[in-house]
Design a protein around this ligand. Structure first.
Ligand code: ADP
Ligand code: MG
Length: 356
């Protein structure tokens, strides 16, 4: 599946998808992640054929599909509101896409049974959708999208209506089904944990533009700009001016005068402003003096979260600086008002485009 220079405008004026280029390999699970209104659903609708692209070309198995109607694209789909047919049984709901494809009765029954077993609803074929829980209905929707063996399945916030526990369980189920079938999946969510859990690669959307397309660990470890750093996981921001650049490293003077070293990821020339992104779990309290960055801070608040302590500090002019301390059970907890020195490595401090 491939988007080439795809743009979309609904009103002829505003581009809600700006210049989309995305290449998805057979069997890959790619998630479009981004805030509401960033253009994710629009991309799926163009891929499914329900919305025309304003500009550019979409390919499936190397064939352009811009002029192929939705039902001829052979794509399975799952949406947030399950959209099962209420007057049909579960088995009839699953047989429907096969009937449309004029499949014989025997083969139809065998495929329906296989799909129901796959989502562990083998005993529920005769029920009506209304006789199932929300999670079961969503499983039926997943089974119906897969029953005709599509090469590609699109899922748009399919778990959005489920409670947290069920959502997490379904994340694993969908991931396992994907692994066992080898089908390609394009998944849409605004939930970063869901995206990181399930995907081979994640495309982070903002205002109709992919900000970064990376495997989950790269997205977290190596955000390419401040938007991605803010959107994925938690992150401390320290703003200042670049004073020296030496290959991958740079030196910065923060706005309160503190001097730090960082990794030069996405910055302008010496003299330009930049913002450092620093994960709360990469910071050490009372570090060894050999640490590359050692900065003083004051504890504002300590939250006990069982497995870790969440410490809100005032550091280099940032009063919402977060430090996550694993709870080893040995040390006395820091308390509000205490001063500490904090240490972190330059490679964990990513110098990015300025956030002011
Ligand atoms: P997301 O799925 O990321 O929340 P959408 O693709 O639904 O984003 O929307 C992107 C932008 O396009 C939004 O500004 C939205 O208001 C607009 N939009 C979506 N669908 C339509 C439509 N059918 N007609 C006009 N504008 C639309
Ligand atoms: Mg949407």
């Amino acid at each position: 599946m491939r988007f080439e220079h795809v743009q979309k405008s609904y009103d002829g004026a505003v581009l809600v998808v700006k210049d989309l280029n995305l290449d998805i390999a057979p069997g890959e699970f790619v998630t479009m992640l981004g805030p509401s209104g960033s253009g994710k659903t629009t991309c799926l609708m163009m891929l499914a054929g329900f919305e025309p692209a304003t500009h550019g070309e979409i390919f499936l198995n190397d064939k352009p599909i811009n002029n192929v109607p939705p039902r001829k694209r052979g794509i399975g789909m799952v949406f947030q509101n399950y959209a099962l047919f209420p007057h049909m049984s579960v088995a009839e709901n699953l047989a429907f896409p096969l009937e449309i494809r004029k499949m014989g009765k025997a083969e139809r029954e065998q495929k329906v049974k296989r799909a129901l077993d796959m989502v562990e609803l083998g005993a529920f074929g005769n029920r009506r959708p209304i006789q199932l829980s929300g999670g079961q209905q969503q499983r039926v929707a997943v089974a119906r999208a897969l029953v005709f063996d599509p090469d590609l399945v699109l899922m748009d916030e399919p778990l959005g209506a489920l409670d947290k526990q069920l959502r997490e369980q379904m994340q694993y189920e969908i991931k396992h089904i994907h692994e066992s079938l080898g089908v390609s999946v394009v998944y849409v969510t605004h939930d970063q944990t869901e995206a990181l859990t399930m995907s081979d690669r994640v495309a982070v959307f903002q205002d109709g533009v992919i900000q970064q397309l990376s495997p989950p660990d790269d997205l977290y470890e190596s955000p390419q700009n401040s938007f991605v750093a803010q959107f994925i996981g938690e992150n401390n921001k320290l703003s200042g001016v670049v004073t020296d650049i030496n290959g991958q490293h740079c030196a910065m003077t923060l706005d309160d005068g503190t001097k730090v070293s960082a990794e030069a990821v996405n910055i302008g020339a010496v003299g330009s402003r930049a913002t450092i992104s620093l994960r709360p779990e990469r910071i050490e309290l009372s570090p060894d003096q050999s640490r590359e960055n050692i900065v003083d801070g004051q504890v504002k608040e300590v939250l006990y979260l069982g497995d870790h302590l969440r410490i809100v500090m005032s550091v280099a002019g940032n009063d919402e600086f977060i430090v996550k301390l694993p709870n080893g059970g040995r040390h006395p907890s820091p308390v509000a008002g205490q001063n500490y020195s904090l240490g972190w490595s330059a490679v964990d401090a990513k110098a990015l485009d300025p956030v002011d």
